[in-house]
Design a protein around this ligand. Structure first.
Ligand code: ADP
Ligand code: ZN
Length: 707
């Protein structure tokens, strides 16, 4: 029999496996093996078994199977192959995210030696140490070496000498797993609506999209589904977008299942904690894994359910090779494992929405908040009508609202939209942005050394002088929007010297503990205002918050990105979910474009209408998910040259391509001119890649970032 073995060796050229010969029945798919490679022995894993071909020579034999059990379950091997094909990476690049250690042997179940009295001869025992060991073992069953040494203080030499004398016998056992009897489950008490949603998901074979507004009880539905999986002897994985925000969620599930059967996995674990977690999963000691995107690859044997909370979040995309998306990959993994997939969100991604509408996903809704709590009233403040003076971007209504909260002893959350990285040119008259004729995306404003403003299209590299008058309506009221959020804390302190302000952004939160303390302060009423960037403050469940506000909703819009509107909509909907969770609350949206669909529809809580409108736009303009997109990235010396060469080549090839294909080439927005990308967009744009020479190019299939 022949088998394909992926070796741990880093040499290029063999990163998709090598053929070896193995005796019939000696290995299976997933088996860890030792194989000869260039005069050395190397670890490997069996990916496939093949019939022996005729007339093959030079096929070496595997040296040894390292364990009787597979290192990875077979659905992992299938997912691995799927990933390599879908994301155009090598199998070795893909396997790195499945195995948390460079030494694969390290991951095999630790074998423990156990000792017991042979019962044959008791003579010949010499010395106090040997006597202690025998006394200890008297009347006991087999005892593990580590326990024996700890209890008696004996050395390995003592044990060896007792073995030689035949006083003890030695056995090898792999660590036994904890009893897999169903954990103590405290079932959630679902409302009728939640119950009918859960039953409908349970009956369904397709992946389910649970579209439930903020605070509708999606977490309770997850709890129900997880409890059902665990009672039927299966395990589950719950993915969350950001580990900083999952503490309350972990508590929720510790109340559902025995805490020791829950494993939390995230990128901040030390390498040894990561390995221990992996081993615990592999040994069947875990019923539920909670973690960020890489937790999807936990080796649970009997996987019955994968839940992805906040499925629209961008953190589910891995921005390093393999550049996988956890949602897409979970779909494949669940198919191979025969497990159920449940996606939950208050603002579905356009990708999932399209699939739900097309019947690929089973769509279920929770349209009301738990106990019928009302959604907060939303006020939209038109920034174009405000005279700011020094307090930009605080409008008088926002100041008033904060002041009122301070007087009442209630709390406020203020969102800073992504720190002003890019500015767009906006007309205060017609409220339209100056857009590039090439991509129809907004131009980015750059100030040259001569102090003059230029507009650059970062998807095509088109550069033009900033106009004096609006190209749409001729007005001279053009304003740069984007920057200006830096001084916000100072302005607040100046205006409300007595207010206790907490700031939460990537700079102040360098450790999960910081976030925990900050939330504790808010919960215990030791702070009045939480000021944070969106990635940090969304998802919070703080009962005393009655005002949530976004300072400038349009900053994200000035990013030249086809998903900019979708991001703003998600942010604004999140905002409405933060306020008034326990008592009536208010939301304030400050914006230059109150009539933009993402602003207007978010303020009116009309999510479906927004999704349908946006999906139509994408179809019309030929952007994902209506088309397929590929991004080719290159950095370092010669990046511009390489990117342009690939783009030229691609354009040449595209002539014979069926269907419309857009190809653009430009430096990236934040790459300082050193990083270039080529974007391919159209029907089956992937198929073109096979014909291009992609050396020194990073391939990103279905990119999330593309500016
Ligand atoms: P979502 O995940 O949809 O935003 P949550 O699951 O966090 O909503 O629920 C919002 C709040 O309502 C939470 O405090 C939760 O404990 C409570 N809640 C929702 N459903 C139930 C239920 N069936 N029983 C008890 N509390 C519930
Ligand atoms: Zn105008």
């Amino acid at each position: 029999m022949e088998c394909t073995v992926l070796t741990a060796s880093k040499s290029s050229g063999i990163s998709n496996g090598l053929t070896y010969e193995a005796p019939e029945g000696s290995v299976g798919i997933g088996s860890p093996v030792l194989v000869p490679l260039r005069k050395k022995m190397t670890e490997g894993i069996v990916l496939a078994l093949n019939e022996k071909r005729e007339n093959t020579f030079d096929v070496k034999a595997i040296k040894q199977a390292l364990s009787a059990n597979p290192l990875l379950p077979s659905f992992h091997i299938q997912t691995l192959r799927w990933m390599a094909e879908k994301y155009m990476c090598t199998l070795r690049q893909a396997i790195a995210i499945f195995l948390p250690s460079l030494s694969w042997k390290d991951l095999l179940p630790k074998e423990q030696k156990t000792y017991r009295l042979s019962g044959k001869k008791i003579e010949g025992i010499k010395g106090k140490k040997q006597r202690t060991v025998c006394d200890y073992l008297l009347g006991k069953d087999a005892v593990e070496a580590s326990a024996l040494r700890e209890e008696t203080g004996c050395s390995l030499a003592t044990l060896r000498s007792l073995l030689e004398k035949g006083v003890l016998t030695e056995e090898t056992s792999t660590k036994s797993s904890l009893p897999s009897s169903p954990a103590n489950i405290t079932w959630p008490t679902l409302t009728d609506v939640q119950q009918s949603v859960a039953s409908s998901i349970a009956k369904e074979d397709r992946p389910s999209l649970l579209f439930g507004i903020t605070s509708s009880g999606k977490t309770e539905v997850y709890a129900q589904m997880i409890a059902e999986a665990v009672t039927s002897g299966k395990s589950a994985i719950l993915l969350v977008p950001e580990i900083l925000l999952t503490e309350h969620c972990i508590h929720r599930f510790q109340a559902l299942l025995s805490p020791e059967r829950i494993q939390v996995v995230h990128s901040r674990l030390t390498p040894s904690a990561r390995k221990a977690a992996w081993r615990a999963c592999r040994a069947g000691e875990v019923d539920l894994v909670i973690g960020s995107r890489s937790a999807l690859f936990s080796p649970l044997e009997n996987l019955g359910l994968v839940v992805i909370d906040e499925e629209h979040e961008w953190t589910y995309k891995n921005e390093q090779t393999p550049r996988y998306h956890a949602r897409e990959t979970a779909e494949a993994l669940c198919r191979f494992a025969g497990a159920k997939l449940l996606l939950g969100t208050a603002t579905p991604s356009l990708e999932s929405w399209q699939r739900a509408k097309g019947g690929v996903y089973h769509l279920v809704r929770l349209p009301d908040r738990y106990k019928g709590h009302a959604l907060p009233a939303v006020r939209v403040v038109d920034l174009a009508d405000v005279t700011f003076g020094k307090s930009y971007p605080f409008s008088p209504p926002l100041f008033e609202a904060i002041e009122q909260r301070l007087k009442m002893g209630e709390q406020s959350i203020l969102f800073l939209n992504r720190r002003g990285l890019a500015s767009a040119l906006l007309c205060l008259e017609c409220r339209r942005r100056v857009v590039s004729p090439d991509s129809q995306l907004p131009f980015t404003v750059h100030r040259g050394i001569d102090g003059r403003s230029r507009l650059i299209d970062h998807t095509t590299n088109l550069t033009v002088e900033a106009p004096k008058y609006c190209p749409h309506c001729g007005s001279a009221s053009l304003r740069e929007v984007g920057a200006g959020t830096v001084r916000i804390e100072d302005i607040l302190l100046e205006r409300f010297p007595q207010a206790r302000i907490l700031r939460a952004d990537k700079d102040t939160l360098t450790h999960p503990e910081h976030m925990r303390l900050l939330l504790q302060k808010m919960r215990q009423g030791q702070a009045d205002i939480l000021l944070g960037t969106q990635s940090v403050v969304k998802g919070l469940d703080l009962p005393h918050v009655t005002l949530a506000a976004v300072l400038i909703a349009d900053i994200g819009l000035s990013l030249p990105h086809f998903r900019a509107g979708e991001r703003i909509f998600q942010l604004l909907t999140q905002l409405t979910g933060r306020s008034g969770r326990a008592q009536p609350g208010e939301v304030i949206i400050q914006t230059f474009r109150p009539q933009a669909p993402e602003v207007r529809l978010a303020a009116e809580h009309k999510t479906e209408e927004y999704l349908d409108t946006e999906l139509k736009l994408r179809v019309h303009a030929g952007y994902p998910p209506a088309t397929e997109m590929v991004r080719l990235l290159t950095r370092g010396t010669g990046a511009a040259h390489r990117a342009q060469a690939v783009a030229t080549d691609a354009r040449e090839r595209a002539r014979t391509h069926t269907g419309e294909l857009h190809i653009s080439c430009a430096p990236t927005l934040f790459g300082g001119g050193k990083v270039w990308h080529v974007l391919l967009r159209g029907n089956d744009s992937r198929s073109l890649l096979a014909h291009l020479s992609l050396e020194d190019m990073i391939v990103d299939i279905d990119p999330v970032e593309c500016v």
